[in-house]
Design a protein around this ligand. Structure first.
Ligand SMILES: [Zn+2]
Length: 487
């Protein structure tokens, strides 16, 4: 099994005739490659655990990279493979020898006998055997290189980033090959996450292909090796992605929408800052923008407890140093900027093609929406969102869904109440506020974003998934395949 984070069918179709992509062309002509529906939101965090366990996020407990706490602060969500077990644990227990190279979201060492592994994204990789540890040293591999911040700040070019990602893909592949040559494994899974990272930064760039091809070439060189091994040994090979990808032309600022519609309300202090703007100007007031530039989260507490007069003084003092800032149209919005005693709904966490909205009810420390009111309010917001127009004048949202249908009565986390999926080319932003527009040009790392359709490819075996079956149908299909072989 080869995992390619964020690989989309259209990207593979467009690359199959490129030089160095022969294994992909071969895979498509001799095997089967199709789309498969991801989780909601279509996101690395919940999607890979759904692939591994055959369970939805409401069961495996990972709704996103973050989950929402009662006090409105998001916290990191980890996949707990002890409480919801991946399919390979079952294989290992029935005597299959398993090799796992950087399974995304499996950040904990799995100590099940017969499981040899190097842990995966988003934490630093760790090995659970001496041999794999030595392999990591030998191939100078320590996980996906953490270079996003350098590319964001412009200290590293995208070309250089692409090169480094391609190298780390090659290192993973070398470790996998060497291990597969030394030992007789029954199940091997290698997962590549570099694709997702670079696609976010390049998909609407005219040179996109040039940046992505070196990475895909390395991945499909490994897939080619796996195809030859599969043929020789009568084994099955599958390639999967956790979600798809698309170029982004515009972002929709969903919290700006909720504030404009009166569902979310700023704190008085923020309101005052916003009123400091010049009449008729659509620019963010200097005071508000400065606050963003000057204050780190750590300083925020000090700022919040300052008397208003003192804040004003601080701003006046610093204003001269930051005179250029006043020309900005957009500013960061944080949940602690909202007055939760007056806010009835807010968007948070998912910052993708699918936005997630919570109703501020009794699940939260300052919940104001009553039980009877909740469904009515939810329906009202859903109706309003469905009427929002895109920049082209048609409907902005492809789907607005009551998330209750998806999450049921999960007790694993405080689930979002509404999913709002943008139409093609749009991503739904929860981080920015603007007085001028509900749309915004995407930043560098939002030039590409996710879609709900990932890929499922099958070669030389008989691992079938029913039409319409999503990511949760992969694990049962793999277990069925092994059962049919008497394992
Ligand atoms: Zn992903």
């Amino acid at each position: 099994m080869v995992g390619i984070d964020s690989a989309a069918l259209w990207i593979l179709e467009q690359s199959k005739n490129e030089k160095g992509m022969e294994p992909l062309k071969n895979f498509i002509s001799k095997g089967r490659l199709r789309e498969i529906e991801s989780t909601m939101p279509p996101m690395t965090g919940p999607a890979w655990p759904t692939i591994y366990t055959g369970k939805q996020p409401s069961v495996h407990g990972v709704p996103d990279f973050f989950y929402m706490k009662r006090d409105y602060t998001p916290d990191i969500a980890f996949f707990d493979s002890d409480s919801c077990r991946p399919f390979w644990d079952e294989l290992a227990e029935s005597g299959c020898k398993c090799l796992l190279i950087t399974p995304a979201m499996q950040t904990r060492i799995d100590n099940t006998p017969n499981v040899e592994m190097i842990t995966g994204f988003p934490l630093r990789s760790k090995a659970n055997t001496k041999e794999l540890e030595q392999m990591m040293q030998k191939h100078d591999f320590f996980g996906e290189p953490d270079i996003e911040k350098f590319m964001k700040s412009g200290r590293m070019t995208i070309e250089k980033g692409s090169k480094m990602f391609a190298q780390s893909v090659a290192k993973r592949a070398s470790i996998a090959k060497e291990m597969m040559e030394r030992h007789d494994y029954d199940f091997v899974y290698v997962c590549f996450t570099e694709t997702d990272r670079l696609q976010h930064a390049t998909l609407n760039n005219p040179k996109c292909k040039e940046y992505l091809l070196p990475i895909y070439r390395e991945i499909f060189s490994f897939v080619g090796y796996a195809m030859r091994r599969a043929e020789k040994e009568g084994a099955a090979l599958i390639i999967i992605s956790d979600h798809g990808a698309q170029p982004v032309k515009s972002k929709f600022l969903i919290n700006t929408f909720l504030i404009d519609s009166g569902y979310a309300v700023f704190k008085d202090s923020v309101q005052k800052d916003l009123k400091g703007q010049k009449k008729g100007s659509s620019k963010m007031p200097l005071r508000y923008v400065l606050r963003e530039k000057l204050l780190t989260t750590r300083l925020r507490k000090v700022y919040d407890s300052m008397p208003y007069g003192l804040k004003k003084h601080v701003y006046n003092l610093s204003a001269s140093f930051f005179s250029k800032i006043s020309s900005e149209d957009y500013s960061h919005i944080h949940l602690y900027d909202l007055d939760m005693k007056k806010t009835r709904a807010f968007a948070a966490i998912s910052n993708l093609d699918v936005g997630t909205i919570w109703i501020n009810d009794g699940r939260f420390t300052s919940g104001v929406v009553g039980k009877e009111e909740k469904q009515r309010l939810k329906n009202e917001i859903i109706k309003k969102l469905r009427q929002v127009k895109s920049r082209e004048g048609d409907k902005l949202f492809a789907n607005v869904i009551d998330a209750k249908k998806y999450y049921g009565n999960t007790g694993k986390f405080i689930p979002a109440d509404i999913f709002a999926e943008g139409k093609k080319g749009y991503t739904i932003d929860v981080k920015y506020f603007s007085l001028k527009s509900m749309f915004m040009k995407p930043e560098l790392f939002k030039s590409g974003d996710h879609t709900r359709m990932g890929i499922f490819g099958e070669y030389n075996g008989s691992i079938y998934i029913a039409k319409g079956g999503g990511l949760a149908s992969i694990a049962p299909a793999i277990l069925k395949y092994y059962a049919s072989k008497g394992r």
